[in-house]
Write a protein that binds this ligand. Sequence first.
Ligand SMILES: Nc1ncnc2c1ncn2[C@@H]1O[C@H](COP(=O)(O)OP(=O)(O)OP(=O)(O)O)[C@@H](O)[C@H]1O
Ligand SMILES: [Mg+2]
Length: 308
Amino acid sequence: MAAILEISGLSKVYDGGFTALKSVDLSIEKGEIFALLGPNGAGKTTLISIICGLVKPTNGTVLAGGHDIVRDYRAARSIIGLVPQELTTDSFETVWATVSLSRGLFGKSKNPAHIEKVLKALSLYDKRDAKLMTLSGGMKRRMLIAKALAHEPDILFLDEPTAGVDVQLRRDMWNVVRELRDQGVTIILTTHYIEEAEEMADQVGIINKGELMLVEEKAELMRKLGRKQLRLALLAPLAELPEALVGRGLELREDGSELIYTYDSQGERTGITRLLSVLSENDIRFKDLSTSQSSLEEIFVNLVRNQR
Ligand SMILES: Nc1ncnc2c1ncn2[C@@H]1O[C@H](COP(=O)(O)OP(=O)(O)OP(=O)(O)O)[C@@H](O)[C@H]1O
Ligand SMILES: [Mg+2]
């Protein structure tokens, strides 16, 4: 599969000296849903704004569909749709006029059938003659998606698309996004909702303080999620791991108070029964036990915390 978006060594230092992106390298395949996760101020909007030509990069290059976003701006921009994070839609224009006009801005000929299809898919067709300023917040957000799709882009950026959208509509929106992906559109979305990334994404990228810290297939992440930990709080602390327990995937907490056993919860055998009998044979007793599963959220929180 060919990369539709190729980002190399991309940096951004804003006027005033703040570094918002630190040499980001990222390559995104055609037809996938890529979720960019990161805390407030991580640089998500900055990255998207550079690709869409709204912010000038300080260093590095971006190729969108093979077009350099600086040197070949118009060609690059014409294959990109952007749903911005901020709602700036206090206009007297109607939904229909706004969405149609957006198509025209990209030099595409009129296509009312396409506009109709997009508005229907986003449950906005009934509101086609409504003025933007009369729309609710969730409707405005969907209108922005319709507007971004008006010129039939190959790459769609959704910057926090479901902020302020109710649960039912969020589901509807995700269906629209999946359908677009199935039609070959590449989707890049930012989100604070980890479940959303878990549910939607083919690839997940984690960004913090301008650094892209991890890019991984969601399936691979899910495999990691399959790893569980069994924690045994010991009745009497151990100075070190007894000989009989070495090589069994066990760890002794630094203060000796807890044994941590990591196992594959999806494997045929977890080894827990064996472990417990070895413990009892060696007279290691415990006062409590718990299991935990690493989630995307934990991976995320740990990465972000370690960087502070
Ligand atoms: N025009 C600007 N001038 C100076 N600094 C800026 C500018 N725009 C953004 N920044 C800073 O760059 C950093 C990254 O901002 P950005 O909007 O890219 O973050 P984000 O990941 O989209 O955050 P959020 O989740 O809150 O939307 C922030 O510290 C922000 O204050
Ligand atoms: Mg943002």
